[in-house]
Design a protein. Structure first.
Length: 143
């Protein structure tokens, strides 16, 4: 209990505080002038416990702002990407994979019917249809 009273009443100059929190004495004075930490007394001494506590609060608040800023940046980037995709779709520069797949399915079925109704021999038809079926079409549709 006596140690707690000593810490509560302990004071330190800007150079000492700076040394332990990894800042310069000038930055400690700047933080005090910005009311981020307590101001020093007339002798230039800072209340140690209050200074450390308020500096930690300052760092936590700054980290929270950075997290929110980062989240807002990611949200804006995602919104911009969606807007770009919408615009590309309206300009007919971007189409849905499902639409491409549906159209090509119709094309392939039609081609198969034409091949089957042609004057080719059954072996020629089978060779063409086997070649179409064994193509690496999955690489185009990501399946």
């Amino acid at each position: 209990m006596k140690t707690e009273n000593n810490l509560t009443s302990a004071v330190a100059d800007a150079a000492t505080i700076a040394k332990y929190v990894g800042l310069t004495p000038k930055r400690i004075s700047q933080l005090a002038s910005e009311n981020k930490i307590p101001s020093p007394d007339m002798a230039g001494q800072f209340p140690l416990a209050a200074t450390v506590a308020q500096y930690c609060d300052f760092l936590r608040a700054r980290a929270d702002v950075a997290t929110v800023t980062s989240a807002k940046r990611r949200k804006l980037q995602a919104q911009a990407e969606i807007a770009e995709m919408d615009l590309a779709t309206k300009r007919k520069e971007l189409v849905k994979l499902s639409d491409v797949e549906r159209v090509w399915t119709v094309v392939i079925i039609s081609a198969r019917e034409i091949i089957c109704q042609s004057g080719m021999t059954r072996k020629q038809q089978d060779d063409i249809l086997d070649a179409l079926a064994s193509s690496d079409h999955e690489k185009y549709f990501g399946k």
